[in-house]
Design a protein around this ligand. Structure first.
Ligand code: C5P
Length: 133
């Protein structure tokens, strides 16, 4: 289709010492209680890296360095595309400023978490990252 740029939602695979940070959603009701890679929408004129760093600042209160993209995009409802990037902490300790809880999970715990469907695409790659870091 021409004319309508695709809106991108960026999400972070934020890792630290062999664990991955998951955040528990509060909304909408059908997603509340499920766990996701934290992130949000890229604003017009913003790069994906800057958008993800901003979202992590707003949602977690931390400064992060954004790395390589994970493999594959996920088509979301409403013409949105979800893309994930590696991220590492530069400063601060993550706090659940916009989520109901945060959890650092290791490779054993990750498959047991109730993830939002969209993020499940990356489960094998996330496990690989955790097992090789
Ligand atoms: O968090 P927010 O509501 O801004 O996210 C926009 C859209 O991206 C929502 O549909 C949300 O479910 C989706 N999303 C996702 N996985 C993430 C982050 C956001 O499916 N890790």
């Amino acid at each position: 289709m021409s004319g309508t740029p695709t809106a991108v939602v960026v999400a972070a695979a934020l890792t630290h010492e062999g664990t991955l940070l998951l955040a528990q959603r509060t909304r909408p009701p059908e997603l509340a209680g499920l766990w996701e890679l934290p992130g949000g929408k890229v604003e017009p004129g913003e790069s994906e890296d800057s958008a993800l760093a901003r979202e992590l600042r707003e949602e977690l209160g931390v400064e992060c360095s954004i790395g390589a993209a994970l493999s594959g995009d996920v088509d979301l409802a409403g013409g949105l595309v979800l893309r994930a990037y590696r991220a590492t902490l530069v400063s601060g300790t993550p706090a659940a400023l916009e989520h109901s809880a945060l959890r650092w999970v290791d490779a054993a715990m990750l498959p047991t978490m109730d993830l939002v469907d969209a993020d499940r695409l990356w489960l094998p790659e996330l496990l690989d990252i955790l097992l090789t870091s």
